[in-house]
Design a protein around this ligand. Structure first.
Ligand SMILES: Cc1cc2nc3c(=O)[nH]c(=O)nc-3n(C[C@H](O)[C@H](O)[C@H](O)COP(=O)(O)OP(=O)(O)OC[C@H]3O[C@@H](n4cnc5c(N)ncnc54)[C@H](O)[C@@H]3O)c2cc1C
Length: 373
């Protein structure tokens, strides 16, 4: 891990432009992660709309301050030394509430619903069920935000093809780095097609109309604009979307859903919730599944077979309920997680010959040597 010191002058200047009542210095990230671990962020700010999210990312990028988008914090392990730069907590959670431009019934019988990326998946699923829209019921009980779900193509029962990516029609995303020069050239050339050719964003990318408020009138300070990308752009696969490789931020996502009966959808989602509660340590402090499922067998099964269920390091243990989860008894430390991960990985390699890969994302700075998990 590289230890980058961000100039406090630059940080303070950036922070002056952020809303004072929603911005804090040295905020412990343990307060914002499901596993309740993680050191402090130099600065922490909460955004309440997709446009504010875009503006904050652009400001940080232009100031040269490292930034990180925090959704529900349910799939990350933050280092004990925290994050040098700005953590942007995404609470942009607008979802269609009626027959507006956000909620469009179509001739093919499908209905599209658009959600800002900070909306909770449970909130979105509940909205869809209330409006008699089918498809999101399995995600009612998956923690986290729409943005986090798209980042990792969240799933419920992969064997039944229940991936969030399957429901996406298109999304609005921001490329805070790639577009700075390109947008300038577009403005001078006034030719969006030349921009499309130059951006590393795939064939179906469009410059969004109606977002002109984000383009400065002064050519020398032109700011990046959001782009609309189709589902194909994401290259969704198991635990993967292209966002993991591109420095891009999801602002809004348009889902296409079928019509259904609200009562039936509600009872289906409750049934799925019951199923989940029976085999996951719901209510415990965790990051969800720690490891991607290798092609040989589910990671939890391999860990279980090597006799590691219940093994403990400090305040962390491999869950007795589901061996792919590690749970914090409230006294766990980041170092305990890393050591436990190293032990599990080594044992599964030795007894099963399988190299486990973390599903969780490591964020920020870690002081521990066993970081190479
Ligand atoms: C008890 C428990 C059960 C779980 N069960 C499941 C399950 O059944 N299926 C499943 O798939 N997952 C499951 N998970 C994992 C987790 O819920 C999902 O991966 C979730 O989608 C993560 O969303 P988040 O908002 O919490 O993301 P975070 O953990 O906050 O962030 C994860 C990554 O996404 C990035 N990100 C977040 N928002 C954006 C954005 N707007 N634009 C760009 N990048 C962004 C972050 O920067 C980070 O790199 C579970 C987790 C827990 C704790």
């Amino acid at each position: 891990m590289s230890f980058t010191k961000v100039s406090s002058r630059v940080l303070n200047e950036l922070a002056r432009g952020l809303p004072a009542d929603r911005t804090r210095r040295n905020e412990p990230l343990a307060l914002h992660t499901y596993i309740k671990l993680g050191g402090p962020a130099d600065f922490f700010t909460v955004v309440k709309s997709a446009d504010e999210l875009a503006g904050t990312v652009i400001d940080a990028e232009e100031a040269g301050v490292p930034w990180f988008i925090l959704g529900g914090g349910s799939n990350i392990l933050v280092g004990d030394l925290g994050f040098r730069g700005l953590v942007i907590k995404n609470e942009a959670d607008k979802i269609a509430t009626g027959r507006t431009e956000w909620y469009i019934p179509r001739n093919d019988g499908l209905v599209t619903v658009t959600a800002e990326s900070g909306a909770l998946l449970s909130q979105l699923a509940s909205f869809a069920i209330d409006h008699g829209l089918a498809g999101l019921e399995p995600f009612m009980s998956v923690p986290g935000t729409v943005g986090g779900a798209i980042f990792n193509n969240s799933h419920f029962r992969p064997s039944q093809n229940e991936f969030i990516g399957n429901l996406v029609e298109e999304a609005e995303i921001l490329f805070p780095r790639a577009t700075l020069d390109d947008v300038s050239s577009m403005r001078s050339a006034r030719n969006p097609r030349s921009l499309r050719r130059r951006l590393p964003v795939g064939e179906k990318t469009k410059v969004l109309s109606g977002s002109s408020s984000m383009i400065s009138e002064t050519p020398s300070s032109v700011r990046p604009v959001p782009f609309r990308v189709s589902r194909d752009w994401f290259r969704f696969s198991y635990d993967y979307s292209r966002l993991q490789e591109e420095k891009a931020v999801v602002l809004r996502v348009k889902f296409k859903l079928e019509k259904g009966d609200p009562e039936e959808l509600r009872s289906k989602s409750l049934e799925l919730l019951k199923q989940r509660n029976s085999y996951q340590p719901i209510g415990s402090l965790s990051c969800g599944c720690m490891w991607r499922n290798p092609k040989e067998a589910p990671a939890g099964k391999l860990i279980d077979e090597t006799g590691l269920k219940g093994i403990r390091v400090g305040g962390m243990s491999v869950s007795q309920t589901h061996a792919n989860f590690m749970v914090n008894d409230g006294t766990g430390k980041v170092g305990d997680v890393l050591e436990l991960m190293a032990r599990v990985k080594k044992r599964v390699k030795k007894y099963c010959g399988v190299e486990l890969e973390p599903e969780i994302f490591m964020v920020g700075e870690f002081s521990h040597e066993n970081m190479k998990t």
